[in-house]
Design a protein around this ligand. Structure first.
Ligand SMILES: [Zn+2]
Length: 505
């Protein structure tokens, strides 16, 4: 009964079904229609009341979706690498790109910018050295002197010299590109036959990008370029998971974590001044889950200090790295309890349930994240297998940051129609859509992930109201204060109304 009281609509549905089926030989079509309507109203956006202009756009969108669903090569059923061009050239994607999507709440620092920008812009800058590792990856460094050799890497080559000797640099540039993204034109199932293989290449790609992005002048430009790419995709706000690495200068000197966070703050302010309809960005400080308990305790101390010193930009804390291989949250329980013990606010945004290792310690991360009072859950892919965690997440409004393409590329799901978030969205579980590491997956901004969620999860029944609710969720479940959220929502609403008007008529 308690469950029925908490879920009034579900209770109504049960009662309705009971009366409807009692003693009837042939079900009444009107009552059938009532049940269909009831279910439709329970989905994400199902209660949204649309204006006349929105209804017009909804009708157009519905037609587009019917056509998309009738295709033999239905993109959400395919691997994103194969589907990307089909998605990109279709009318739904075109509309989604123009749509104000609100905030991107789950994006990582080293994968927010198109790899082509790194290759064509950054690796063509002076003093850029490259070496080849013995496991077929590459590393970079900028240096005013010839850099010291890295273990397990070839001698350094100055790219400027190497390119000067070549008549055509296309092959070299393609090799560099291929090492910094998982995206490939070959058959992704062949190139990445298992989770181990794809995660290994994923980690190598981050290491390849590392030496480029952690060079101070590039670091600033990279972040500004990242904000530009999200802004261009009609995102108005960003919560970036950032490792806050040591940043280096050409002479080899380095800057500490506070400098890195302050630089994020300065560049964000600059970007917002240049683009007044961009609302801003906040940082979720992240650390590898591969460290031991005492290192984690020191990092949490540092996170508390950063939160105190930079309250505007610093949103909270999270652990990153492959959940299946790293240490579970429970292992870090003492370090992660430090803020509460000290009476210090440090909101958590834990990755949890990005796994199919059902029943293991790693699989308990979802419950542990909630026990540790997480503000949102990164991925939550395993949530359907945890009814208690699911109920807690719903009751407390702890939204899931669903990243469809990431889950597919990293081999948790094949056909997007079978993604757990499809079921969660059918009952309006609190979710936001995000892109995790768009550059690694050959995506950008949020539009590709919105496409997969809208067409793949929602099917024909999810309509403009769902998109509107997803966009509003991204502000409602952000780390912004309620006052800031109100302001952001008002800004978003203005852009939304303009978008609807321009595309409905
Ligand atoms: Zn992530």
């Amino acid at each position: 009964m308690a469950v029925l009281l908490q879920r009034p609509r579900a209770a109504v549905a049960c009662l309705l079904l009971y009366y409807l089926t009692g003693g009837l030989a042939v079900p009444d079509p009107r009552q059938r229609e009532a049940l269909i309507q009831l279910e439709a109203s329970m989905q994400t956006g199902g209660q949204m009341v649309l204006t006349d202009a929105e209804q017009r756009l909804d009708a157009l969108l519905f037609k587009m979706k019917q056509e998309e669903m009738a295709r033999a090569d239905f993109p959400p059923a395919m691997h994103f690498f194969k589907a990307k061009d089909l998605i990109r050239t279709g009318p739904i994607f075109n509309l989604l790109q123009k749509m104000p999507k609100g905030g991107a709440l789950h994006v990582h620092d080293l994968s927010m910018v198109d790899v082509e920008w790194l290759v064509k812009n950054v690796t063509y800058r002076p003093h850029c050295y490259m070496c080849f590792t013995d496991n077929q990856s590459i590393r970079f460094i900028f240096s005013s002197r010839w850099p010291k050799a890295l273990p397990r890497c070839s001698p350094w080559t100055l790219l400027e010299n190497l390119r000067a000797k070549m008549s055509n640099t296309t092959d070299l540039d393609n090799t560099i590109t291929g090492n910094m993204t998982l995206f490939t034109d070959q058959d992704p199932e062949m190139v990445y036959p298992s989770q181990d293989v794809v995660w290994d290449r994923f980690e190598q790609a981050f290491l390849a990008v590392w030496g480029l992005v952690t060079y101070a002048p590039v670091f600033r430009d990279y972040y500004y370029q990242g904000l530009t790419e999200f802004y261009t995709d009609n995102i108005m706000y960003l919560e970036l998971r950032a490792l806050l690495p040591e940043i280096y200068e050409l002479d080899g000197s380095t800057h500490d974590t506070a400098w890195t966070l302050k630089t994020y703050q300065d560049v964000t302010r600059q970007f917002t001044a240049d683009h007044p309809d961009f609302f801003g960005a906040r940082i979720i400080f992240t650390n590898s889950r591969g460290v031991n308990a005492s290192v984690m305790a020191r990092v949490v101390e540092e996170a508390m200090k950063l939160r105190r010193d930079f309250p505007d930009i610093m949103a909270g804390f999270d652990l990153v790295g492959r959940e299946d291989r790293g240490r579970p949250l429970w292992y870090f329980r003492e370090a992660l309890s430090l803020p509460v013990e000290r009476g210090v606010t440090l909101p958590f945004f834990f990755h949890a349930g990005e796994t199919d290792l059902e029943g293991t310690d790693v699989d308990q991360n979802l419950l542990d994240a909630l026990l540790l009072n997480t503000s949102r859950i990164g991925h939550g892919f395993a949530l359907l297998r945890h009814p208690v965690a699911k109920e807690l997440s719903r009751k407390r409004g702890v939204a899931l940051e669903v990243c469809p393409i990431s889950n597919q590329v990293l081999k948790l799901v094949t056909d997007m129609r079978n993604h757990p978030a499809a079921a969660l969205m059918s009952e309006n579980h609190p979710v936001v859509i995000s892109s995790d590491d768009p550059a690694m997956f050959g995506a950008s901004g949020l539009s590709y992930d919105f496409y997969e969620a809208f067409v793949g999860f929602g099917g024909i029944r999810s309509r403009l109201g769902s998109l509107k609710e997803l966009a509003m969720n991204s502000i409602r479940y952000s780390s912004l204060t309620s006052k800031q959220q109100e302001k952001a929502l008002a800004l978003w609403q203005r852009r939304w109304d303009k978008f609807v008007y321009e595309n409905a008529f």
